[in-house]
Ligand binder design. Structure first.
Ligand SMILES: Nc1nc2c(ncn2[C@@H]2O[C@H](COP(=O)(O)OP(=O)(O)OP(=O)(O)O)[C@@H](O)[C@H]2O)c(=O)[nH]1
Ligand SMILES: [Mg+2]
Length: 240
C-alpha cells in the first residue's frame, strides 16, 4: 500500500463559476478582477475565449490585506488562487450553464443591485442549490446607486464608510430588497460583514465591475467559503 504523509498533500484551486441574469456584469467583473489582480496577461488567449481565468491568491493579497486583518484570515489562506469560469446569462444558454455548474466548487451569483432578482437569477439559484455549491452574491453595478462617489478598487467597506448617509441608505434598501427575495425562497441572506453563520446565510457583497470596488471583499469571502466548505474536495494526494 502506498503511504501518504502531510508533505504530499496539496490543494487544487477551486473552480468558481460566475452565473446570473443577462447583462448583470459577469464578464466585466471577471475582466476587472483579472486586470486589477493579475498584473501579467495570460499568454494563451484560448483560455480567455472559453472564459476561464486563473486568479493567483498572492496577487489578491496585496489589495485585500486590510480585509484579511479585519476578518482574521491573514496568514491563514491556503488556497493558491481561483479558476474562474464565465457563463452566458442569456436564457438560450441554460444548458451550458448547467454544464458549468457541474464542475463547480464555488459560485458567484451576480445580481444587478439596481434591478434586484430577475428571471435567470432564480434559474441560477436553483442550479447552485441543486448541486449544493457554496456561493456568494455579487450585488453589482454599485456605482449606479444614485450619488455614489467611487473610490477606485477600494474594498466595499472602506468606500461605503466614505459615502453620504442618503447614499448609504439607498445601498441598504437595495440589499434589504435582495434579502427579502431570498427570504421568500426560504433562504437567509445578509450583507457579508453582517453574516453570523456562513452555514445558513448567503453573503451579499456589493461590487462594481467598473470602479473595482468590492472586488477584494468578494475574493476574500470566496476564499473563506472555500476553505470552510471545500477542503476535502480540493485535496490532492500524491502517493509514494
Ligand atoms: N455602471 C456599471 N456598468 C456595468 C457594471 N458591470 C457591467 N456593466 C455594464 O453592463 C453591461 C453588461 O456587462 P457584461 O459584463 O457584458 O454582462 P454579462 O453579465 O456578462 O452579460 P451576458 O454575458 O450577456 O449574460 C456592459 O455594458 C457593462 O459595461 C458595473 O459594475 N457598473
Ligand atoms: Mg458575459
Amino acid at each position: 500500500m502506498s503511504k501518504v504523509d502531510a508533505s504530499l498533500v496539496d490543494y487544487r484551486p477551486p473552480i468558481t463559476v460566475v452565473v446570473g441574469h443577462v447583462d448583470v456584469g459577469k464578464t466585466l467583473l471577471l475582466d476587472k478582477i483579472r486586470g486589477t489582480f493579475v498584473a501579467y496577461r495570460e499568454p494563451g488567449m484560448i483560455t480567455q475565449h472559453i472564459g476561464l481565468s486563473f486568479i493567483p491568491w498572492n496577487a489578491v493579497e496585496r489589495i485585500a490585506d486590510p480585509l484579511l486583518i479585519k476578518f482574521r484570515l491573514k496568514g491563514k489562506v491556503w488556497i493558491k488562487g481561483f479558476l474562474m469560469v464565465d457563463t452566458p446569462g442569456h436564457a438560450a444558454f441554460s444548458n451550458l450553464r448547467r454544464r458549468g455548474g457541474s464542475v463547480a466548487d464555488l459560485a458567484v451569483l451576480v445580481i444587478d443591485i439596481t434591478r434586484g432578482f430577475e428571471e435567470q437569477t432564480y434559474e441560477s439559484l436553483t442550479l447552485i442549490r441543486s448541486r449544493n455549491i457554496p456561493f456568494v452574491v455579487a450585488a453589482n453595478k454599485l456605482d449606479r446607486i444614485y450619488g455614489w462617489e467611487p473610490h477606485e478598487n477600494a474594498p466595499f467597506l472602506e468606500s461605503y464608510d466614505k459615502q453620504r448617509e442618503d447614499v448609504q441608505g439607498r445601498v441598504e434598501e437595495a440589499i434589504a430588497r435582495m434579502i427579502e427575495e431570498f427570504n421568500k425562497l426560504g433562504m437567509d441572506a445578509d450583507r457579508y460583514d453582517r453574516v453570523r453563520d456562513f452555514n445558513t446565510q448567503v453573503p451579499i457583497v456589493p461590487t462594481s465591475a467598473v470602479t473595482g470596488e468590492g472586488l477584494a471583499d468578494l475574493l476574500v469571502v470566496l476564499a473563506g467559503l472555500s476553505q470552510r466548505f471545500n477542503r476535502e474536495k480540493l485535496k490532492v494526494m500524491y502517493g509514494r
